[in-house]
Every structure is written in structure tokens, then in C-alpha cells.
Design a protein around this ligand. Sequence first.
Ligand SMILES: [Zn+2]
Length: 686
Amino acid sequence: MAKMLLATLTIVTALAVAVAAVELPENNTNSDFFATPRRVAQREELLQQYGSFMLSIMNHSVDPCENFYEYACGSWKQSPLLQPEQRNSSLLSAIQKDIDEQVLQHLENATDPQARNQSTNGADWKAKQFFASCVQMKSNLSLGYARFMSGGQLEDRYAQPGQAHHQNASREDWVYVNFMSPYELYPLLPLKVHYSTSLRKFVILLQAPSKMLGNFKPEQLQNMTRDFQLNEEQQRLEFLGRFENLTRFERNLTQLAKTRNETEQLTLGEFLARHKEERLNWTRYFDLAFNGTQQSHWLVHNQLQSVGDLVHFLEQQPLPLLRSYVQQRLLLKFYATWQTQSTRNASSPTNACRIVTETYFNYALLPWFIGRLFDAERRADVLQLARHIRDTFYELLEQYSWLDEETRSQARTKLASMDVLVGYSDELQHPELIDAAYADMQMSSDWFENLATLERNRARIRLRSVDKALIPQLMATRTVNAYYADFLNQAFITIGMSQWPLYHVRLPAVLKFAGIGNIVGHEMAHGFDSYCYQFNYDGKKMNWWSEGSLRNFKARYRCLESQYNKYILLGVATNGTLTSGDNIADNVGARMAYYAYKRHTQNKAWLEKPLLGVDFNNRQLFFLKFAQTWCTGRDSASKLSKLKTDMHAYEEFRVVGTLSNMPEFSEAFNCKLGSDMNPLKKCVVW
Ligand SMILES: [Zn+2]
């Protein structure tokens, strides 16, 4: 599993359209503060702008020793530097929205004839073509449906000459039908190419058939017939009748396969030997699935107990029924994507098209995105910060008397082996590699055809991935977020996260350490939180703790659990256990970033005041910046709805909980021992 820095951000898509980039006079306070670095060239001016922003979101009438979050973020909803929709969201969501708008503008550039003198073979251009075909489609799903029903989406291997005359054709034709479509959807007896996080490679997964048609409610079916514009009563009844018939078939299908209690894991060769007595000819099954390219050392994860009854049942079914079922499942698969662009779902079709384009062209847009928002200098800068923080963590590990030497040495190894990635891996900087990955895919003006092309390509790549030790991308780098993946012992900071005003290469060091540095520290700390502590340096789940050290560790994080259990929002208590992992990461991340800055400046810069017009010294600025990362203007209902299920504490508690455990904070703001922000009891895990 991967730990995210924050729960998936909800972006208000309705507000994201038609915001043209207007060049405003530089000091105009009504301009978009988030676009500041794109307009401002001078460092002094940038710092002056940042300083005014910092002050404008603070509530100076609050005592910082009483509630530091309120002090730091209390005027977020009134800040004249923010636009109304930004005041109702959070700092990080506002950065995301700014990025989304830039992506949208980039994609829309395709319609500008002046932009056409660029290469039309590049992946970036194909993304724009796809986006344009999506926008032009104008939410008319009947075109897709008509195209689908004419058979345009199917590659009917069964219809190939010679196949039908196979000796056993009558008995095993259902296997052909199962693998009839080129979209990695084999619903009669499912096979998936599945990424195993414990093995870190792709394996073959065999599963029982799943219910899909049976999940549709009558009103959803009515909507579907409306979306497909089946306006004549006869057409509609025909569609619904067929659907009902296929749902009945599906009910029988899904009742017949038995699932194992424990997944059988063996090589394909072993699997074929062990299952050769079964009614199904598995060799032919895999032959059809992989077109004869399968290898006997590939790994199979088999969840099926016995397939005898299921196979017997399928052998008895008329082929047209089976074909009709596969076709229906495919239609539903595509319908799910088509719908994202239908009028009912997207109040803003262009934005919906941006989202679909981003899912299929994630890598294609990367070179443009890197060029615009994250050049080599910025990436090196954040990586340098990450190095400082890792070194600091390393030094602190030496000082913990609650760890015995053996466990300390294991912890050191885990920290030293941790991969820290910022923005992208090196090979992704090369547009020619990315163009090559999209080379086979030609985009047309027909969105439905384009989608089919992309899905076919996706499935083809997937089928070729078995046994490959590729590391899947867990998050698009345009996302304003970060993660730690326990199974890889890897921390990842996105480009989206490394953006103004959270980060800028020309901000003073203290703001970098307290901002993006804290995020890096947070993700690194996840490697040592109350869940991921179970994984070793290599991402394998195994115990590397001595009994005594583990007992001490648990006592230390239970202190945090009871601390956070006491934080109540509108009558609802925080769940200290649910949020434990992230509370540890918040606390440790902030401490590591603080000590890394202290080490970086040799403890000499605390009293300097680097922001013109802002009367805070570096020590105070560190804590202000840390707190302001979590500023939010969301309404109470959305705060409460997150509180019960989110693995993260509510923003205010992330700030107050962390800083009230740091004596350095109280020193910076002169908080008396016993005040709200400086309690007698403090919890420190790492
Ligand atoms: Zn986290």
C-alpha cells in the first residue's frame, strides 16, 4: 500500500473552465496570486509578494500560544490576495486548480492554427488531438453506441478462417469467445495481468467471473437507453430485453465457480501439470490469451477452486448468447468512460475531457509539464533538500536511547536504502522515448475510435508485461500530493507539490525547509510509522525489530494516539488510531525539517528576518510556513465528512498536534509551559 500525504483532493470541476489568462499589472492585488511567478521576474518582488500573502492569511488577533493554526490561517477566507473559490478551498487544492487550468490551456492550444507548426507525430500532439475529439463529441453517446453495435470495436478471432473448423470447436468454442475482444476483458473465465506488490512484478491472475450487469439498477438502465438515444419504443424494449436475458445468464455464470480460501501460486508450467486432468484444456486457454507467447516460468496466481461445473455450463450455452454477453460487458466498460463526458455528469465538458485526456496521456504531457514547471534546477534543489533531511534523520537515529544497537542498525539500513524520487525518474526527461511509446497510436477526429485505440494499446502493453519487473506509476506527477510506498521503500514528491506558493526555487532556505522539506520528511517518516515499520529496507514484510525496541516504539506512538483522540471538531472526536500513521509522519517530518535547517545554517540564522516587510525571524517563519501549508477554507460539512474515514487528522489538528510537541516552537513564540500550545506532556516518536 502507498501512504499519501493527503486524501485525494476533491477538485471543484464546475469552477475550472473559461478562466482566461489575463495579464494584469504586477502589483494589482486582484490578480491571481497563484500565477505570481509567471509574471514576476525579480526575486525581491517575489519575496515581497510572498510576505504579503503570508501576512494576509494570518489572524493577528489570535494568541499564537492558544491556537497556532488559527493564528497562521485564520484569515484565509478573507484574504484579499485570494479569489473567492480559492478562499473556499485549501492552499494545496488551489495549487492543483491552477495546474489543472494550465493543462487545460495547453490542450486547448491544439485548436489554434498557429500552434500547428509543431511536430504532428509527437505524443503531446496526440494528446491534444484526443482532447479536441472529446470536446467536439458534444456529449452525444449515440454515436459511440452505433459504432459499437456495428461491430467496430470487436476483433472477432472466432471469425478467422480455419478456427471454426477446429476439431473440438463445438465443445470449446466458448474459450475463443472469452478471448474475442482485444481489451483485456475476458468475462467468461477471467484472466488478468496483475501487479503483485510483494513480488514487484506482473503475474497472471485467474479469478471467478464477476457480477456486472446484475449491479445495474432500473433507473440506470433507463439513463443508458436515453444516452444512446434509443428513442423508439421498440428499440428500447429490445435493448432492455437483451440486457435482462444476459443478466440471467450472468447470475448462473457467477454462481458456478468456487473460489479458493488461499490463492494458489505457481509457475505456468506447474499450473498446467497440476491441472491437466481438468475438464478445461488450460494449455489452449493460455494459448488463446497470449497468442502463443506465454512462457512456462511465468507466475500464475490462481483464485479458482474448481472450474468443472463452470466449464460444463459454458459448453452447453449457445455461442450467440456468449458472444452477446462479452459484447455487453465491453459496452459497459466503454460506457463508463463515455459517461465522464456526458451532459449529466460533467457540468464542464472541457474539464471532463481534460481529465480523460490526462488518464490516457499521462506520460505524453510530461515533457511539456517539466519544461513549464519543473526544470532541472528546481528538481536538483528539492533533491538537495531531501538529502539534507535524510542526513539529519540519520544523525538523530544515533541519539535514541530507546533503540538497541541491532534495531538501530536495521533502521539505518532502511533509511539508507530508501529511494527518494522528485518529480520524475531520469528516463522520463526524454521526449523521444515518450513519443516512441505512443508511436503506434494514431488519433483521429472520432473520439470513440480514439478511445478504442487507446484501450487496445493499454491491453496490449498489459499482456506483454507478464513477468516484467516494472514499477507502476502510483500517482501522476501533476497531482499536488506525495507518497511513501512500503513495498518499494520509496518516497515520491510530485512536481505538483513543488509549486508556488508552497515552493519556489528563489524562496529563502527557511521556507523551503519548512515547506517542501517538511513534505519530504513526512514521506520519509512513513517508512517508520505505526504500519510501515513492519517492512524492511527492501520493502519486504518481515520483522527487523528486537522485542525491547518494538515495545518502546509502540509506547511512543500510543502517546500520539491518545493525544489526537482528544482533538474534537464540531463534537466529533478524531480517531487517533486511524490517523496514527500520518500523525507520526507529520510530527517526525516537521522535526526532521527543523533540525535539517538548523544543521544547514549551523544554528546561526535563527534571528535573521529574510522577508522584507515581515517582522518574523527565521525560527518563527519556519513554524508559520509549516502551519500555512495546511490552511483551508472548507465548510464544516466537508471537514466533518472527512473526519470519520480520512487517515489524516483535520488540518487544524495536524498543525496544533505537531507543534505542541515541539519545545522549539514554544521558544520561538514565547509560549508559557502549560499554555494550549505548550502542554507539559509532549509526545515524540522519532
Ligand atoms: Zn502521509
